[in-house]
Design a protein. Structure first.
Length: 365
């Protein structure tokens, strides 16, 4: 990477780029393929644990893979105060900015719907469709005080919980039972489909998950303050630990369920987001460790394009790489072939991201 490009990135709060890039890499980099269907007779207990963490919890519970989604909508919120401030600094009015945000969210909604929907079916259970709602609501309240935004965000979680708890429609009045809760009812209402095959995900999640985006906005505002780096770090880590403990303490009464974004899940995942952001800030902006984080940051420079096309890129690169790795590394068996293929394909995908960044090609809405 050229010196000018490195300096340009380093002028930013680089931990934001790193956190976003790490999240994008986990989303599109194919990391889960390393742990797919490990042989229980040949895999160590450690590999089995990793494999378990690289998949969603079947229903209740919280695994590492359940955090990637909230990481993404959280870091979008963190970046919002910076991007919006740039618009206002160059003279854009709130009304003009709102029109831009509204247009952006409409495109996100349409893209998210189109990705998962078929000729005769509709599906809004997509991170882009969800983000179209969380981004818009977070923007509308971001000029309010910190206290007001916190009350509003927890209010969204409370209202959602009460709707699930007291929803009266027969067959959908069991708040924490898969396919028999308000989220499933709302999915049927929204899509018009009688028999759903959406793996129990609820599009109404866009409402409670807005809290995670708002918390991201507040984190971005924190990073923009003139507080010392140590005070910012302490605030991120302490708040994250409190949120994490609170979420787990709530779980006996409100189960941690990602598929319907329960309040305990939102708060626990929010705690992990804050801790992750704090660790990123400590490593990257305080200790100034940049080389390895730079690898991930490049992944985050074109998040929309990578989210939409990374799967196709990976498939194309795999068709080129696999004929070689399966022949050259057959001596190591499937685990060695998988690891070598992953490393080469990830490198090729990274270079696509770097090429776009170096040539200042950014696909944004």
């Amino acid at each position: 990477m050229s010196t000018n490009n490195v300096k340009q990135i380093e002028n930013r709060i680089f931990s934001i780029d790193f956190f976003r890039g790490f999240t994008m890499f986990m989303l599109v980099g194919g990391v889960w393929e390393l742990f797919t269907n490990p042989d229980p007779d040949k895999s160590s207990s450690f590999i089995s644990i990793l494999s378990n963490q690289m998949d969603h919890a079947p229903w209740a519970g919280l695994r590492f893979w359940d955090l990637i989604h909230p990481f993404f909508i959280f870091i979008v919120g963190v970046a919002m105060p910076f991007s919006i401030a740039k618009r206002w600094e160059r003279g854009d009015s709130w009304k003009k900015t709102f029109r831009h945000v509204l247009q952006r969210c409409l495109f996100l909604l349409l893209i998210g719907w189109a990705i998962n929907s078929g000729p005769d079916s509709s599906d809004f259970n997509n991170i882009m469709a969800q983000l179209s709602v969380t981004y818009l609501i977070a923007f509308l309240v971001m000029r309010k005080s910190v206290k007001w935004q916190l009350i509003f965000s927890f209010g969204l979680l409370l209202v959602t919980h009460l709707i699930y708890l007291f929803w009266p429609v027969e067959g959908f009045n069991q708040p924490f039972i898969a396919d028999h809760n308000f989220g499933s009812w709302f999915d049927r209402l929204l899509t018009g489909e009688q028999y759903l095959n959406h793996d129990q995900w609820a599009p109404f999640n866009a409402i409670p998950s807005t809290a995670n985006t708002i918390w991201g906005v507040l984190t971005g505002r924190l990073l923009m303050t003139d507080w010392t780096q140590q005070k910012k770090l302490r605030t991120l880590l302490l708040t994250g630990i409190i949120a994490l403990l609170t979420g787990y303490l709530m779980s006996p009464y409100i189960p941690i369920i990602k598929r319907i974004w329960t309040g305990s899940y939102a708060i626990a995942s929010g705690g992990w987001c804050l801790i992750g952001m704090g660790i990123s800030y400590w490593l990257v902006d305080i200790l100034k460790l940049r080389k390895i984080p730079l690898f991930f940051a490049v992944f985050g420079m074109n998040p929309l394009l990578m989210y939409l096309l990374a799967g196709r890129f990976r498939s194309f690169f795999a068709s080129i790489v696999n004929p070689f790795t399966y022949r050259l590394f057959a001596w190591g068996g499937q685990p060695v072939i998988t690891i070598v293929s992953f490393l080469i394909i990830s490198g090729m995908l990274w270079y696509v991201c770097y090429f776009l960044y170096r040539n200042r090609i950014f696909i944004r809405l």
